[in-house]
Design a protein around this ligand. Structure first.
Ligand SMILES: [Zn+2]
Length: 199
């Protein structure tokens, strides 16, 4: 977990100094998501974990989700999630790994918590440009805008969106925006394995 941090943002779980309960990003009220939870800071153990999940052995993250089952249950308990979905990987990454980390997470949580899972988000382009940390928020936004699309037609109240890493929130915000503007979701919550924390 987020060792060393005294508190976490009540909306997005970003670690904060003692006495604070809302982060600057959520305070600015520009988020399109309605809340979220990350299991690890990416900067510490999270990076190694994500790397092993993505490039070595898929069993590792299955164990992690089991370890955090009660924290996840705590996060979900008043959300009334009616569907679990995930950020799609590009075909390129899918072919390299043979599986998609967010989709595997969705399957696991769907069975743990008996919530149906459904693919609601699709990619427009076959190759994803890497959203590396070095890219600025503006650069990330222009890459992400137009990359995803959602299938309208389904209507859900509370959607849980899964991804491996929450970096700047650009991806989660873009997908939350699409799900809401296409009337697929009323509320969108995210759950990620890791969250990048600014030093
Ligand atoms: Zn926050």
């Amino acid at each position: 977990m987020f060792e060393g941090s005294e508190a976490r943002c009540k909306y997005c779980s970003y670690p904060l100094p003692f006495g604070s309960n809302i982060c600057g990003r959520c305070f600015s009220n520009k988020n399109r998501f309605d809340g979220g939870f990350a299991l690890f800071p990416y900067n510490e153990c999270g990076r190694a974990l994500i790397h092993s999940v993505k490039f070595k052995d898929r069993i590792e993250y299955l164990k992690v989700l089991t370890l955090f089952k009660s924290e996840i249950a705590d996060f979900l308990k008043d959300k009334n999630i009616d569907v679990v979905t995930y950020v799609p990987s590009s075909l390129y990454h899918y072919l390299i790994r043979g599986y998609s980390v967010p989709r595997e997470m969705a399957k696991i949580l769907s069975s743990y918590f008996s919530i149906p899972y459904k693919k609601l988000v699709f990619t427009n382009k076959p190759f994803k440009r890497l959203l590396s940390k070095s890219k600025s928020v503006a650069e990330r936004k222009s890459i992400v805008k137009g990359f995803f699309r959602v299938k309208s037609g389904s209507v859900f109240k509370n959607v849980l969106l899964l991804d491996d890493v929450f970096t700047t929130g650009t991806t989660v915000n873009r997908i939350a925006d699409l799900l809401k503007s296409e009337n697929v979701a009323e509320k969108v919550f995210f759950l990620t394995l890791a969250m990048v924390v600014k030093n």
